[in-house]
Design a protein around this ligand. Structure first.
Ligand code: FPP
Length: 243
């Protein structure tokens, strides 16, 4: 049997916030002659393992793109199956994460989600609100442009009401769904696709990108470590120069 050597990481330079576009569930299923839903189910298993791996590595924030504002255009059966998987995940999350300090929250426009999911989100968020450890953020019915539209609408209302007199970066950032969450340090997209697909448009201003060829259901801790290793080799200058 062949054992892959574990990539050694600099534990003093673990990204504080990792964002992931979990892409490739459909292709993973297609390659095996399975339904797309089976791909999403396997993707959900992968997600559980990656949440645990991030927790063990000391990552502080993990944000995953689970359902975009554009995903409603998929066949109804796939959308329904995805909603059921998400509901199942939320129902079991606390039990599965028991003993680990993981706070769960959801970003996106939740009003369009099925009522049962909305209720579960409220329950899980409220039950885990006090937890300090890993903040696990699930983007559901999330669109980066919609998030900016919502923030700007709120800002206009506040200006009209005389609650705000200067429009600046902070004024917008404070009105985004992610207002309590720092910008991602590392964004990973699986399946070889290299685009942002309306994910965290504002927040990824200075994020380091890593594209993995692995389809999401095949992504594992070793792949995560490779991504972090690549991040650790980058020089982040945030528009400045190296001193
Ligand atoms: C993209 O792959 C994946 C999605 C749109 C859904 C992601 C959902 C999960 C990983 C599982 C459920 C999530 C939670 C939070 C329990 P794709 O379907 O576009 O793949 P393809 O590009 O190969 O067709």
């Amino acid at each position: 049997m062949f054992f892959k050597k574990k990539v050694e990481l600099d534990m003093s330079n673990i990204p504080r916030h990792i964002a992931i576009i979990m892409d490739g569930n459909g292709r993973w299923a297609q390659k095996r002659g399975l339904s797309r839903t089976m791909g999403h189910r396997e993707g959900s298993r992968t997600l559980k393992k990656i949440v645990e791996a991030c927790y063990n590595l000391g990552v502080k924030y993990l944000t995953v793109y689970a359902f975009s504002t554009e995903n409603w255009s998929r066949p109804k059966q796939e959308v329904d199956d995805l909603m059921n998987l998400i509901l199942e995940y939320l129902l079991n999350a606390e039990k599965e994460l028991k003993g680990k300090n993981v706070r769960i929250r959801v970003i996106g426009d939740r009003k369009r989600l099925p009522e049962r999911i909305q209720k579960e989100i409220e329950r899980v968020e409220s039950n885990t609100r006090h937890i300090q450890g890993l903040d696990f953020v699930i983007a559901l019915n999330y669109g980066g442009r919609q998030e900016i539209i919502d923030a700007v609408s709120c800002l206009v209302e506040d200006v009209k009401a005389g609650k705000l007199c200067e429009v600046n970066e902070q004024a917008i950032a404070e009105r985004l769904y992610t207002h309590e969450i720092p910008d991602p340090d590392l964004l990973i997209r699986t399946s070889g696709e290299m685009r942002l697909s309306n994910f965290l448009l504002w927040q990824c201003c200075y994020t380091e990108f890593y594209f993995s060829k692995a389809l999401w259901p095949d992504f594992d801790e070793a792949c995560l470590r490779e991504a972090i290793l690549s991040y650790q080799g980058r020089q982040r200058r945030f528009g400045g120069v190296k001193c």
